[in-house]
Write a new protein. Structure first.
Length: 194
């Protein structure tokens, strides 16, 4: 059986989309991973990236594994389900946001059909998490990488590919448009480790 990992590589501020935007943001990312083998979720967060400017690219620390759980270089069998949110640190606290996300996502629990988990995770982020924290959500997406796709793209141990995702505006899991803030691209690497 093949094991996989997902690493956060980098993100880029690609557009200033509003006249009220102040020029820089202090950002952090929240990752909730569903590990179907262990039948559990794990929520982690990045460090806060201070003063991100339009056109700026920031790198995550090397080997920033975000699936199946933070730091797990041995990976887990697919499929891969991952919920990601981008937050601006305002009056809130990044760790408090992570804890709230973890608490709300644990209420979803393990659902054997990953499509059901992905739909529930998106709903929880859009309805429960956003209203429960003081920081500003900049975007949210839930990803599902099916086993058939992983086998097709990653035939051998060590094979990997990079996925690019857009956060901002009316993309993703949110029930409203995020206006007046820049758009961001997130780059994730999916690798077959065994």
């Amino acid at each position: 059986m093949s094991n996989y990992v997902v690493r956060a590589l980098k993100f880029t501020c690609v557009a200033d989309t509003g006249p009220d935007w102040g020029g820089t943001d202090d950002l952090y990312w929240i990752f909730t991973a569903l590990d179907p083998g262990a039948q559990q979720t794990k929520t982690m967060r990045s460090n806060v990236f201070a003063e991100v400017i339009p056109g700026g690219t920031r790198l995550f620390p090397p080997k920033s594994v975000v699936w199946p759980k933070q730091g797990d270089i041995d990976g887990a069998p697919g499929p891969i389900a991952l919920s990601v949110q981008l937050w601006e640190e305002d009056q809130g606290n990044a760790e408090a946001t992570r804890k709230t996300t973890e608490q709300e996502m644990s209420a979803v629990g393990y659902l054997p059909q990953l499509t059901d988990w992905a739909a529930q995770a998106a709903s929880v982020v859009g309805l429960a998490v956003v209203g429960a924290v003081e920081d500003e959500v900049m975007g949210a997406k839930t990803f599902l990488f099916q086993q058939s796709r992983l086998r097709k793209l990653l035939k051998n141990p060590g094979d990997s590919y990079i996925e690019r995702f857009l956060f901002g505006g009316n993309t993703g899991d949110l029930l409203f448009e995020v206006a007046g803030v820049p758009d961001y691209e997130l780059f994730l690497q999916v690798e077959r480790v065994t």
